[in-house]
Design a protein around this ligand. Structure first.
Ligand code: ADP
Ligand code: MG
Length: 252
């Protein structure tokens, strides 16, 4: 757990000979309800390269949230192997899962999940509370850089209720990136946005990938937004039915 896994700040080119950031083999997830067993994921296999821009796409109930929760180390599969940044994340206990998330992962949510009593600035700063070894000046610089990157510098003092939905999601993107994670997970990040704002939010995530080398994985059932991803995994009834590569992504 203490080894440095630094895949977040290297430019894309230098990563070409690196191992997959995520390697999922035969992932199965069953939910046991009182009545029945729900097969949410069935023998799902995939690899995701560092610095890629990936979408899991499928109708409601196809398993998108389930797969993102597993990659996010928020839940464990019923069977299969899952390695992220060369770590067997299934083998991590609760404490080490939390540490792994804090160090390597960022999250963006459908309903933004900003803290209402904190300003835009404080919301972005919030994940750094868990990070001890960053001097105050560097914290300020990092937040300022992210505020600028998501074009929210002049809104930094405002509270979430004082900004628009698109602006809230820009704050959430900055918050997800403030700890320099290797990987950001976004479960239907555009579901509560109009389609023009949705494009802008996806475009901003892609720009953040370009600038910081962070891998982004988002889920959506919006066919318009899907086209913005470079790698598309299609889910149907818990099965991975297709992998599509768009321009800009390496094949393999
Ligand atoms: P999506 O995000 O694509 O809508 P989900 O991953 O949320 O799909 O759900 C996949 C399947 O698993 C669905 O049939 C859903 O009803 C079921 N499911 C999800 N979470 C649970 C749970 N906690 N308990 C029982 N069934 C669940
Ligand atoms: Mg879902």
């Amino acid at each position: 757990m203490d080894e440095q896994i630094d895949v977040s700040i290297r430019p894309q080119k230098e990563r070409s000979n690196m191992v997959a950031l995520i390697k999922a083999q035969n992932i199965t997830k069953d939910y046991q309800t009182e009545e029945v067993v729900v097969h949410a994921l069935r023998e799902v296999d995939f690899e995701i390269e560092p610095a890629s821009f990936v979408s899991f796409v499928g109708p409601s109930g196809s398993g998108k949230t389930t797969i993102l929760n597993l990659i996010g180390c928020l839940d464990k599969p019923s069977a299969g192997n899952l390695r992220i940044a060369d770590t067997d994340v299934i083998g991590l206990d609760r404490k080490n899962s939390a540490a792994f998330r804090g160090k390597h992962l960022g999250f963006i949510f459908q309903d933004f999940n900003l803290i209402p009593v904190l300003t835009v600035y404080e919301n972005i700063e919030y994940p750094l509370i868990m990070v001890q070894n960053i001097p105050p000046q560097e914290r300020k610089e990092r937040i300022a850089r992210l505020l600028a990157a998501v074009d929210m510098t002049d809104q930094a003092h405002k509270y979430p209720h004082q900004v628009s939905g698109g602006q809230k999601q820009r704050v959430a993107i900055a918050r997800a990136l403030v700890t320099n994670p290797a990987l950001v997970l976004a479960d239907e990040p555009t579901a509560n946005l109009d389609s023009q704002t949705a494009y802008a939010v996806i475009g901003l995530m892609k720009k953040m990938r370009d600038d910081f080398g962070t891998t982004f994985i988002f889920s959506t059932h919006d066919t318009k937004i899907v086209g913005e991803a470079e790698v598309i995994f299609r889910l149907e009834d818990g099965r991975l039915t297709a992998k599509e590569m768009k321009g800009g992504a390496k094949s393999g």
